[in-house]
Design a protein around this ligand. Structure first.
Ligand SMILES: [Cu+2]
Length: 287
């Protein structure tokens, strides 16, 4: 069977299984998944960071503005249709132009746009970077997996997707990775993004983080996760044939658990590789 047909059948199967039988599987998770989508969910994933809380609130605000404008335009249309059709208004008025109304329909949309722009820029600057980072996580995109570096503790590893035939019960197809990113909760984390080959985009919806990993350049943002648990994301920049096979799993744990994990990782790394690779923490890797 050709690959596209296999992929299509796999998508169909996963859609139906996700729709009808998946709820029971979540109980098998060894960690809570506070933001995982569920059937008939509306709106965005629940926020796990202050950034995402602000994004969700702004999204709701914009939605109400859109609804108000749509209803207003609909009412105008209905007035035109019913009051000024040929039957109701057989002799049309001859005038054209009305300065007052033209000023109003120019000025009001400008004011609406300004009202949207001010909170929008505030939010952009808020999510741009933190001045009080407590740790740094560097995220490197590769065709087609993620590499992670913790420059503060010299930990680094790759995270590859788990293939469909190795998915265990309770795991989510095309969302699981062999290594998880571990971060402490309630910690300001500076996130640095780069890539080794083409542009990728590390995206975790519940964190409100979606930024391009660009080869030869370092992008920066930050996050502070307030709810512990397991969070999922995916690459969000078309990066080649296996773009849809580079998921992201982030386990948010307590600060004590994170310190313990860091220690265990360090000793493991030291035992496995006596000579650690010399890579400058901030500079993107040459291809
Ligand atoms: Cu990618």
């Amino acid at each position: 069977m050709s690959r596209p047909i296999q992929a299509f059948i796999a998508t169909l199967v996963s859609f139906f299984s996700a729709t009808f039988v998946s709820m029971g599987a979540f109980a098998a998770q060894d960690m809570p998944t506070p933001a995982f989508p569920h059937e008939w969910q509306l709106g965005l994933q629940p926020a796990a960071t202050p950034t995402m809380e602000l994004i969700s609130a702004f999204h709701t605000e914009l939605l109400w503005i859109c609804i108000a404008i749509s209803v207003f335009v609909l009412v105008l249309l209905l007035i035109c249709i019913f009051k000024f059709n040929e039957k109701a208004n057989p002799v049309p008025a001859k005038w054209s132009h009305n300065t007052l109304i033209e000023v109003i329909w120019t000025a009001v949309p400008v004011l609406v746009l300004v009202a949207i722009a001010i909170p929008s820029y505030k939010l952009l600057y808020f999510q741009d970077r933190t001045t009080e980072a407590e740790m740094t996580l560097k995220i490197i995109g590769n065709q087609w997996f993620w590499s992670y570096e913790y420059p503060d503790s010299e930990i680094s590893f790759d995270a590859l997707a788990i293939p469909d035939d190795q998915i265990k019960p309770g795991q989510h197809r095309m969302l699981e990775t062999d290594n998880h990113v571990i971060v402490p909760q309630d910690t300001n984390i500076r996130l640095l993004f780069t890539a080794n080959d083409v542009i990728h985009a590390w995206t975790v919806p519940a964190f409100g983080v979606k930024l391009d990993n660009v080869p030869g350049r370092t992008n920066e943002t930050w996050m502070r996760v307030t709810k512990p648990g397991r969070y999922y994301g995916q690459c969000s920049e078309l990066c080649g044939v296996d773009h849809s096979f580079m998921p992201i799993v982030v386990d948010v744990v307590s600060k004590a658990e994170f310190a313990a994990w860091q220690e265990s990782k360090k000793t493991k790394t030291a035992a496995a590789a006596p000579a650690p690779a010399e890579a400058p923490a901030e500079a993107p890797k040459a291809n």
